[in-house]
Design a protein around this ligand. Structure first.
Ligand SMILES: CC(C)(COP(=O)(O)OP(=O)(O)OC[C@H]1O[C@@H](n2cnc3c(N)ncnc32)[C@H](O)[C@@H]1OP(=O)(O)O)[C@@H](O)C(=O)NCCC(=O)NCCS
Length: 158
């Protein structure tokens, strides 16, 4: 699997949405498809986010990553690798690693001092979660022991 990593353009978004739906089904996320479509359109248009795809020589897209930014007191501008998915047929060939590097480089160029990511256990077996943690650790991510907690806000569409 050797292709090109690039920013997604409008014409890619239907395919990225298909991959995102496969990702969310595989990993047990429950966001409705219509919301994913709306959010994806907005991310693709935003200079504060990067939707990246891996394009094969054949023109097909087999992987995507989404990185967003936010600003806070502690670190100023930071980036978060929010989504990373490689089609099963293209796995174990370094595509995800290239997408991670693309995300880090984009964030660095934007002036972010840190790239965060959340590992969501959802309904994955503990061994899969441990494997993911190890995968990211080998690529420079450190578990700093913070706990992510959230509160659902009733009536606000996500
Ligand atoms: C996790 C995921 C993104 C990894 O994608 P990938 O493209 O297969 O990842 P990589 O190829 O970079 O690395 C996967 C493994 O293949 C190995 N590998 C990389 N290049 C290789 C090559 N040329 N030949 C053989 N193995 C290789 C890597 O060493 C790695 O193994 P490791 O975990 O022992 O380090 C992919 O499995 C996926 O989409 N999973 C479902 C969604 C998901 O969990 N996303 C992450 C949410 S936090």
């Amino acid at each position: 699997v050797s292709g090109t990593i690039r920013r997604a353009v409008r014409a890619d978004l239907e395919r990225v949405l298909d991959l995102a739906l496969a990702f969310y089904a595989e990993d047990g996320f429950t966001s409705p498809a219509a919301a994913l479509r709306t959010n994806l359109d907005r991310l693709a248009d935003s200079p504060a986010a990067r939707v990246a795809v891996h394009e094969l020589g054949s023109g097909g897209i087999d992987a995507f990553a989404i990185t967003t930014t936010s600003f806070g007191l502690e670190n100023g501008l930071i980036a978060e690798l929010e989504d990373l998915y490689v089609d099963p047929s293209s796995r174990r060939a370094g595509v995800a690693e290239r997408l991670i590097e693309d995300s880090a480089q984009w964030a660095q160029e934007l002036g972010c001092g840190v790239l965060e990511l959340t590992i969501a256990p959802n309904d994955l077996p503990a061994s899969a979660v441990a494997q993911l943690l190890e995968y990211y650790r080998a690529r420079g991510f450190v578990d700093v022991g913070r706990r992510l907690i959230h509160r659902n806000l009733a009536g606000v569409p996500r």
